[in-house]
Design a protein around this ligand. Structure first.
Ligand code: PHE
Length: 467
């Protein structure tokens, strides 16, 4: 196969645009919303440590694998795996792994859009001055009021999904660059300002200890969640980075670029945690409060500083943009696939897929209100039930989708992609795409892709099962 093909969907103008798009995909609600609340739920330091190890040893190799597969094949994930497998004399069935990944991306989008909607809602609330001078418990009650209203959540979920679909319908290459060029750097600046605020709370060190003190007894509990979140945070395991790789110019180096994107993403997560936890402690909030953590702690901070109202508006706009640029990358793989396979117009494909995700997302909307009592996989003293209304334990609809995608499908997708790049594609193809000059670094990368990452994923799964 010639290696200088162009995808039918277009291509990034330069390596710089790829970096922007990939960072836009990686940095999102995963870093700012999900990472801090998971650190809280899974007990701080142990989770952070495992997360960082998983990023370096598993996440980055998978990310490299995805990018190089995408760029070599210049097609949507399922078609890419099929084409490259056939080319290397293997079974075309490899495409099923990528297909499962693309479905997973859509499932993630279903709840991602709901939470993205929360941040849109908060732009307005902040601007109205709803949080000026509030006490911590009032912010908690405010958030409780927001999620208790299914209509309100549905409205913002709908708007968020539409905003994402519009860019995809136009073609991702055209829409993304302009918006991200200014917004991503601004987001960093805002995070640093927030960090500055948390330094003044008098609880900064408490936050640092919470995030970095290592408690070995908690290690096992957070193992699978931390690995799953490493995938989620880097946008790998579902084909998002692969499709962006398919639009990457041939002459740019994959390895340096990807390591840079992974570092940036991890940096934003740590920054978010360091900004958030001191505020959480200063306000006397509960760090393990779950998905509401950011939506309770940050408005409290903004409500109690000079210019907080303005900064709060800017912050939630940036969060919404970060979420939006990730949501786009969740939709693109399947859209690209269907456009390649069916020749139906991009606009229609986008509309129907976004509609389907929106519909599934209603389940997440209702998880926080009218379906709060609906619990799946209940395992209490009385035994195991697949479903029970009003059970004290078990997962709600959002919990099920989150568990299935982050803990199971993302790692399995990642496993499929690294094994494919490491073992199926052949050494020369990988060397050609990665263009790593140093033989040592190339051998190290190949070793990570062939052994460390796949074995690491399997070990974490096994540890979870035997725990
Ligand atoms: N990485 C994104 C975030 O952290 C979420 C995402 C996951 C995007 C998987 C694409 C694919 O918010």
């Amino acid at each position: 196969m010639s290696t200088d093909k162009v995808s039918v969907h277009g291509g990034w103008a330069s390596r710089w645009v790829f970096i922007l798009a990939a960072t836009g995909s990686a940095v999102g609600l995963g870093s700012i919303w999900k990472f801090p609340y998971m650190v809280g739920v899974y007990g701080g330091g142990a989770f952070v440590l495992v997360f960082l190890a998983c990023i370096a040893l598993i996440g980055v190799p998978v990310m490299l694998a995805e990018t190089l597969i995408g760029r070599r094949a210049r097609q949507s994930p399922a078609n890419a795996l099929k084409a490259l497998a056939l080319e290397a004399g293997h079974s075309g069935k490899w495409s099923w792994g990528a297909f499962a990944g693309m479905i997973t991306a859509l499932l993630i989008l279903s709840f991602y859009s709901v939470v993205g909607g929360w941040s849109l809602d908060y732009i307005i609330d902040m601007g109205r001055g709803d949080f000026q001078g509030v006490a911590a418990d009032q912010v908690g009650a405010y958030f409780g009021g927001v999620i208790a209203d299914p209509w309100r959540l549905t409205l913002w979920h709908t708007i968020f999904m539409l905003l994402s679909a519009v860019v995809i319908a136009k073609g991702v290459v055209a829409g993304l660059e302009r918006s991200l060029r200014i917004m991503m750097p601004l987001l960093f600046v805002m995070m640093v300002i927030l960090l500055g605020y948390s330094l003044t709370t008098g609880h900064f060190m408490e936050g640092v200890h919470f995030m970095f003190d290592f408690h070995p007894d908690k290690l096992l509990d957070g193992l699978l969640p931390a690995m799953g979140h490493a995938f989620f945070s880097l946008s790998v395991g579902v084909g998002s980075i692969m499709i962006y790789g398919a639009y990457m110019p041939k002459n740019s180096s994959i390895s340096g670029t990807i390591v840079g994107v992974a570092l940036l993403d991890t940096f934003v997560s740590l920054l978010a945690g360091l900004a958030l936890f001191p505020i959480v402690f200063a306000a006397g909030l509960n760090p393990s409060e779950g998905p509401g953590l950011m939506f309770v702690s940050l408005p409290f901070a903004f409500g109690n500083v000079a210019f907080g109202q303005l900064m709060g508006v800017v912050f939630f706009i940036l969060v919404a943009i970060a979420a939006w640029s990730s949501a786009i990358s969740l939709l693109e793989p399947m859209v690209a696939y269907l456009v390649e396979r069916t020749k139906i117009r991009r606009g229609w494909v986008t509309f129907w897929l976004a509609f389907t995700c929106w519909f599934v997302g209603l389940g997440t909307v209702f998880s926080f209100n009218i379906w709060q009592q609906a619990k799946f996989f209940v395992n209490d003293g009385a035994g195991f039930h697949l479903y029970q209304w009003g059970a004290a334990s078990g997962l709600d609809f959002f919990g099920v989708i989150d568990f299935f995608t982050s803990r199971i499908m993302l790692p399995l997708g990642g496993l499929c992609f690294v094994v494919f790049a490491g073992w199926v594609m052949g050494r020369d193809a990988v060397r050609d795409e990665l263009s790593i000059r140093s033989p040592f670094l190339f051998a190290l990368t190949l070793f990570l892709m062939r052994y460390v990452a796949p074995i690491g994923i399997l070990v974490v799964f096994a540890a979870q099962l035997w725990k």
